[in-house]
Design a protein around this ligand. Structure first.
Ligand SMILES: *Cc1c(COP(=O)(O)O)cnc(C)c1O
Length: 427
């Protein structure tokens, strides 16, 4: 049983108690049917009859072999932001022409790795990067496409967006900057790096789609200076529902809005593009994922009741990092009366290790299972070994059947990189 407002996101009734018995806790559980539906909703609705369209899964939201294999099978393109994420793509045999390599400080080794694998497109953040990429591509005789990341001064990290003239982000280049002009000039005379278009990404967990309208207008104004139809990548950041306060647009409506914002902006500016890209991450993996914990001790202090769980900021850093809000249920007591105001706290040695503050829940006791919803994005991918916690296992549930896709770390895993004491050497 899941809360009514989650029934649209999770496509199947998942028996979290049974999964916890079988695989232990904490446990990341993904509704594969939910993710597939979401991916297909993007593919089916992000279409234009004026230009080609592509949906790129931003793999930093949730990356493991099974997930990237799913993305591959569903025919999406893939965003990676590091050699490590690229390595997952290599391991699952992802078509490298469909891989897009992001990041503001890619290393030489990472760029060489990308060129060696034949990555289709590099999203270039700055002139220094383009200079290095061009040199490496020439040396290795490889060809690669480049999108230039722009900082267009639209900041939409919350329910509201702001258009700023401060341009303080570390990402991208200002459209009027010399750096951007230098990139265009360098790519123009390169035989190895092809200037293919422009990229922007205005934020994450964006609810106000009008922010994308403004972004599209700003991008169209920049595209106007180029005669050849280019690729326009509008980034990701589409919001999901963590609690009942969040009201994200439905995916089909969002896709239609994005396409029409771009079509209108291009019309108004009198420019054409050859293809339009978006990069959803959170909105593909987020709502399909849940984390199951076991309640340990229940502690009452005069002002609060704590339910302590067997995980915390090591498997979900978002509440501690940016006061992210979540909803949860006590497994098997979903319909019970919610009579206790509870703070769900983790087991890490940090006072800020609180997963959910002041939520109404039923009475729970030690041994009960607690499920936190919408942990599918930036949970596992941001997990840590703080306090030498073992990263939990990941289970995929499809058509009512479960499959472990990442096993739980062991204490031996935690020590796997520690070396024997072989004495100090002279440098
Ligand atoms: C993180 C990121 C995304 C995905 O953002 P979501 O909020 O997960 O959709 C897309 N593009 C870029 C460049 C990003 O950095």
């Amino acid at each position: 049983m899941v809360r009514a407002f989650f029934s649209g996101n999770m496509k199947q009734k998942i028996d979290f108690g049974k999964l916890a018995d079988k695989f232990g806790t904490p446990l990341y559980v993904y509704d594969v049917n939910g993710m597939t539906d979401k991916i297909r909703a993007y593919k089916d609705n992000f279409k234009s009859d004026r230009f080609a369209t592509k949906v790129l899964y931003a793999s930093k939201a949730f990356s493991c072999d099974a997930m990237i294999r799913l993305v591959k099978e569903e025919g999406l393109c893939l965003d990676v932001v590091s050699g490590g994420e690229l390595h997952v793509a290599e391991r699952v045999g992802f078509d490298m022409s469909k891989v897009y390599f992001h990041g503001n400080n890619k290393s030489r080794a990472e760029l060489e790795y990308a060129l060696r694998l034949g990555v289709g497109t590099v999203i270039v953040d700055n002139f220094g990067e383009l200079t290095l990429l061009e040199k490496l591509a020439k040396e290795s005789g490889k060809k690669v496409k480049a999108l230039f990341r722009l900082n267009i001064g639209v900041d939409a990290h919350t329910h509201k967006y702001i258009s700023t003239t401060l341009f303080e982000s570390k990402f991208g280049m200002m459209p009027a900057s010399e750096e951007f002009r230098n990139c265009v000039a360098l790519a123009r005379q390169s035989g190895n790096v092809e200037f293919d278009g422009l990229h922007c990404h205005i934020g994450s967990q964006v609810f106000d789609t009008a922010a994308y309208k403004l972004a599209a207008e700003k991008m169209a104004a920049v595209l106007k200076q180029f005669t050849r139809p280019l690729t326009l990548n509008m980034g990701g950041g589409f919001g999901v529902r963590y609690t009942a306060d969040d009201t994200p647009a439905a995916t089909p409506a969002l896709c239609r809005d994005m396409v029409s914002y771009v079509e209108n902006a291009l019309d108004n500016a009198g420019v054409k593009i050859k293809e339009l890209l978006i990069e959803p991450g959170r909105s593909i993996a987020g709502e399909a994922g849940s984390t199951v914990y076991t309640v340990g001790f229940v502690k009452h202090i005069p002002t609060k009741t704590f339910y302590f769980v067997d995980g915390g900021m090591t498997d979900n850093i978002r509440p501690a990092l940016y006061q992210a809000k979540y909803d949860c249920d006590v497994v098997g007591k979903e319909s019970a009366e919610k009579t206790v105001k509870v703070t769900v706290a983790g087991k890490c040695c940090e006072s800020g290790d609180l997963l959910i503050e002041d939520i109404m829940l039923p009475e729970a006791e030690s041994g009960d299972r607690l499920v936190v919803y919408t942990t599918g994005a930036y949970g596992y991918s941001m997990s840590s070994n703080y306090n030498k916690a073992c990263v939990p296992a990941v289970v995929f549930v499809k058509d009512g059947m479960a499959r472990q896709v990442v096993r739980r770390q062991t204490y031996a895993d935690l020590a796997a990189c520690d070396t024997e004491d072989s004495g100090y050497e002279v440098l």
